[in-house]
Design a protein. Structure first.
Length: 321
């Protein structure tokens, strides 16, 4: 079983010169194996001694699918269990949605046998199955993260990298803010959650901060809203993430007339529900679609137009700097 390199360093050289060139370069040694009836080149890493040991194991009848001794699905379970202690709930939720697709595709195949072509085929198969290209690309990225864990565990030399062709794409810059006249058009076409959107435009609060707002957070006497909590997209209320995010926001007198007066959460709805109400209102106003964050940008633009100084605006919006 031959031990060779597929790099260009030995191209056009004699056998002896080619071997010498390969030993000088830092590219990976490979050997040919059969996988599912197809010829593939197994990456054995740049260490020639370790590569020869791996070849000897294969020649001795050791299953080439178990060269590292760790299957993809096994390592994926270990990786996601580790990440659950390191990243936020929303992030780990995304990983757990993507991993079953990767585990079904790669199964128990040894992580050392997963190639860039395998990753490309996995992504293409998901798109063919009807998944959105972005979702398929994210799932492929999660599979690469699992292989990155294999590198850190010393199971493989490196993560297979896909060669992407850069294509010319025309991108449409998203709408940053709405003018006061445009906001009035939106208000006229808002059937539900009007008070939520108007307070968002008056305060510049993030959507999650608005949806987590409680009656106890309103100081009517001093006309101040105290931001303490945030509602994530999974419907969970938690404290704001930073010291800058926990802040007092000055509000105009007309805001007190709009704000609900009951205790508990002022708007006990899910983020997706509020977003649906917003999209319906924007569409009714005949404006290009934009997200709830547009209200925050609109507030910043209005503050600048009123001549408020930047440090004050930054503090009101909850920016760290």
């Amino acid at each position: 079983m031959a031990l060779i390199k597929k790099c260009a360093h030995g191209k056009g050289l004699s056998s002896r010169a080619r071997q010498a060139a390969w030993r000088r370069c830092g590219c990976a040694w490979v050997t040919e194996v059969r996988r599912k009836g197809k010829r593939v080149y197994l990456n054995l890493g740049p260490d020639e001694t370790a590569a020869r040991v791996a070849v000897e194991r294969i020649e001795q009848g050791i299953d080439p699918h178990r060269v590292s001794g760790t299957g993809f699905s096994e390592l994926a379970d270990r990786w996601v269990a580790m990440k659950a202690t390191q990243v936020r709930h929303g992030t780990i939720h995304g990983y757990r949605c993507s991993l079953p697709h990767a585990k079904r595709w790669f199964g128990d195949a040894d992580v050392s046998l997963v190639t860039a072509a395998d990753l490309e085929e996995f992504e293409a198969a998901m798109i063919t199955a009807g998944y959105a290209p972005l979702y398929a690309r994210n799932a492929r990225g999660v599979a690469q993260m699992v292989l990155g864990h294999a590198v850190r565990a010393g199971l493989i030399q490196g993560v297979p990298r896909l060669q992407r062709r850069r294509t010319q794409r025309t991108t449409v810059k998203p709408r940053q803010h709405l003018t006061p006249a445009e906001l009035n058009r939106v208000w006229a076409h808002t059937r539900r959650s009007l008070d939520l959107f108007q307070i968002g435009a008056m305060t510049g609060m993030r959507a999650g901060e608005l949806l987590a707002l409680h009656g106890e957070d309103i100081d009517e006497r001093n006309r101040v809203i105290t931001v303490r909590h945030n509602l994530d997209r999974f419907g969970r209320v938690a404290e704001v993430k930073s010291a800058a995010g926990r802040r007092d926001i000055d509000i105009p007198a007309e805001a007190l007339e709009i704000l609900p007066t009951h205790h508990g959460r002022l708007w006990p709805i899910h983020y997706s529900t509020a977003l649906d109400h917003w999209h319906q209102a924007v569409a009714g106003a005949g404006l290009a679609q934009c997200g709830l964050h547009t209200l925050r940008h609109s507030n910043a633009a209005m503050r600048l137009a009123l001549g408020q100084d930047l440090p004050y605006i930054s503090a009101q919006l909850g920016h760290a700097t």
